[in-house]
Design a protein around this ligand. Structure first.
Ligand SMILES: NC(=O)c1ccc[n+]([C@@H]2O[C@H](COP(=O)([O-])OP(=O)(O)OC[C@H]3O[C@@H](n4cnc5c(N)ncnc54)[C@H](OP(=O)(O)O)[C@@H]3O)[C@@H](O)[C@H]2O)c1
Length: 276
């Protein structure tokens, strides 16, 4: 990334906060980051937090930036794109982090010919542990691809997908995925309480187990399947639990849930993109 590359965030909410924090932690200069939002109170909070230039007018920000990150809710994207359409003659890179919205629709709302990178980050980006799927349209050059990687890697790891339709699969896996693990932690701690543990102990044990298992899977050269086999002794307690999961078709339950998320992601894209 060149020292003078200017990145503008439209929307100063959670994701913008995470990305800006990551960029600053990774040596990017606050003077090269700009931020706009309709919420003046939030904007002045961010100005104090990050010491960067802020705008209440998105068009002013758009005119001044090499990269524009659309960090607003999906429903706002069509209106916003039309709003800044006349202010992007300098051909900035547009990065969308909005769920479901297709790059073809963003391009159309922007008037055509835009370089667009569409991404699907997840909430652990807020603590620098995000997992993001990413795809570029045909107008994006290699330098812009590198730039987008640097921005997204500042809050975790990003992974290119080959086909935009795959971003709906990314949404179903990593986009919505943190909530699946939260549900597992919650369910395990509730079951621990039912088995007689006090609430605090059950919650802490459940959380620490999730953390330990995840870190172990990350650091080990064994696959999760192999790790599971290693801790499952014949006729032991883990085997009893795993067999119970399998009797309840655990894999099918997970697969159904992810298909539901996938279908909903596609639906959102079609709902918001059917104005063309
Ligand atoms: N949070 C996540 O975990 C996550 C994960 C993956 C993807 N995403 C995507 O990231 C995007 C941002 O999510 P977020 O959680 O950061 O949302 P957020 O916290 O609600 O932030 C969005 C901000 O944009 C402001 N805004 C609304 N309309 C605007 C406009 N026309 N111009 C400028 N600012 C405007 C909002 O103000 P008001 O509140 O006053 O409307 C709010 O401050 C969404 O598209 C979401 O799908 C989020």
């Amino acid at each position: 990334m060149q020292k003078t590359t200017t990145i503008g965030f439209i929307g100063a909410g959670n994701m913008a906060y995470a990305l800006i924090s990551g960029l600053l932690d990774n040596g990017f200069l606050a003077k090269n980051i700009k931020l706009s939002d309709t919420d003046k109170v939030l904007l002045s909070q961010r100005k104090v937090q990050f010491n960067l230039e802020t705008f209440t007018d998105n068009t002013q920000l758009a005119e001044q930036c090499d990269v524009i990150v659309l960090a607003i809710k999906p429903q706002i994207i069509p209106i916003l794109c039309k709003e800044i359409q006349a202010n992007i003659d300098h051909k900035p890179l547009i990065i969308s982090i909005a769920a479901g919205i297709k790059s073809g629709d963003i391009n159309r709302w922007l008037g055509g010919g835009a370089s667009i990178i569409r991404t699907m980050p997840n909430t652990p980006a807020l603590i620098g542990k995000g997992a993001t799927g990413i795809i570029a349209n045909e107008a994006v050059n290699n330098e812009q691809k590198n730039l987008a990687e640097q921005i997204l890697n500042a809050v975790g790891q990003c992974f290119w997908v080959q086909d935009e339709a795959m971003l709906d699969a990314v949404t179903a896996l990593s986009g919505s995925g943190p909530a699946y693990f939260f549900l597992m932690i919650e369910s395990m701690s509730n079951a621990g309480i039912a088995l007689g543990l006090n609430k605090q102990t059950a919650e802490k044990l459940s959380l620490q187990t999730a953390l330990g298992a995840s870190m172990m899977a990350d650091q080990s050269s064994d696959s999760p399947h192999e790790l599971r086999a290693k801790v499952t002794s014949k006729n032991g307690t883990t085997q009893a639990a795993i067999e119970s999961f399998q009797d309840q078709n655990f894999e099918v339950v997970v697969s159904h849930a992810m298909h539901a998320a996938f279908d909903r992601a596609r639906e959102i894209g079609f709902e918001l993109g059917d104005d063309g």
